[in-house]
Design a protein around this ligand. Structure first.
Ligand code: SAM
Length: 276
């Protein structure tokens, strides 16, 4: 595949999703374009580029390209300390204002394990302290991941990654080909498509998780996404990034709340001004 074809697709992906392909991972993009060619029965990357250069490109092909460009790696209770910290944050910060509803946004939810882990965390917290009802909005740019998240069905291997026996028994139903999340838990989550670089999700949310997605974005895009997310927090809300992701040097006027070494971010002036 010629460098021009790779450069055409990497630029298109970056413009539309913010995801960067550079010298370190261009080989992955090559594989993903080849997969797309196979899927649409197109002989070469050059021919695929022609399809994308039409005045009105095929929208199904475009979405498949962006689906293929994403890395959907996730697991249940990824970095377990975050879920302990969410529990403490809800008790220490969110409940103080006695909200009529707790609103949480999993802003790059992939196949749903993160949103379900939050739901299980809040279910367990509600057995310890009185909680108002809660809703979890879970969004992603990848249609394929969203279809799986909405179906709520996970393989033996997927449930082995992070789910305790107790969680499995309590919230999942064994089926012939895997595990189906029970509707009592699934009903707490609303899944939908959202592109973080042109986000249309409206808060305010008490907690927003945007974990393990900014690593694939360049600095200007990270700043834009972070700004968008901070604007959708309640005055007492907190934004969570992934392990190793930080707002240091990225956003002015941000205050951090450290709960057991997990950082929650919010705009420092927000408490006085209210959410946008
Ligand atoms: C590595 S997964 C992380 C999933 C989950 N947050 C976790 O930490 O386990 C990254 C997710 O970000 C999504 N993503 C990448 N760029 C995006 C964008 N511009 N808008 C929304 N989601 C995006 C991908 O589709 C993918 O599902």
């Amino acid at each position: 595949m010629s460098p021009e074809v790779l450069s055409f697709f990497s630029q298109l992906i970056e413009k539309e999703t913010g995801i960067i392909y550079d010298d370190r991972n261009l080989y992955q993009l090559k594989g993903r374009i080849e997969d797309l060619c196979k899927l649409f029965n197109i002989s070469t990357g050059e021919d695929l580029k022609k399809e994308f250069s039409q005045p009105i490109p095929n929208s199904v092909m475009r979405q498949k390209l962006f689906d293929n460009a994403t890395n959907n790696e996730t697991l249940f209770f990824r970095d377990p300390s975050f879920f302990k910290a969410i529990e403490s944050f809800v008790m220490r910060e969110v409940l103080l204002d006695m909200p009529s509803e707790i609103r949480i946004w999993s802003a790059a939810s992939s196949t749903g394990q993160e949103a379900l882990s939050i739901a299980m965390t809040l279910e367990e917290l509600s057995a310890k302290v009185p909680l108002p009802p809660y809703t979890i909005t879970a969004t992603d740019i990848c249609d394929k991941a969203l279809v799986k998240a909405k179906a709520g069905r996970y393989s033996d291997f997927e449930v082995m990654r992070g789910l305790s026996e107790d969680h499995k028994k309590r919230y999942f139903q064994k089926e012939a080909d895997g595990w189906q999340v029970k509707s009592s838990l699934a009903n707490k989550i609303k899944y939908g498509y959202n592109n973080l670089i042109r986000s249309t999700v409206k808060g305010p949310f008490h907690i927003i998780l945007c974990r393990n997605v900014l690593i694939y974005q360049k600095v200007e895009m990270k700043k834009q996404i972070i700004d968008t997310l901070l604007r959708q927090l309640t005055p007492d809300g907190g934004l969570l990034l992934g392990v190793g992701e930080t707002l240091l040097g990225m956003s002015d006027g941000v205050e951090t709340i450290n709960i057991a070494n997990v950082m929650f971010y919010r705009k420092s002036a927000q408490k006085n001004n209210g959410a946008a």
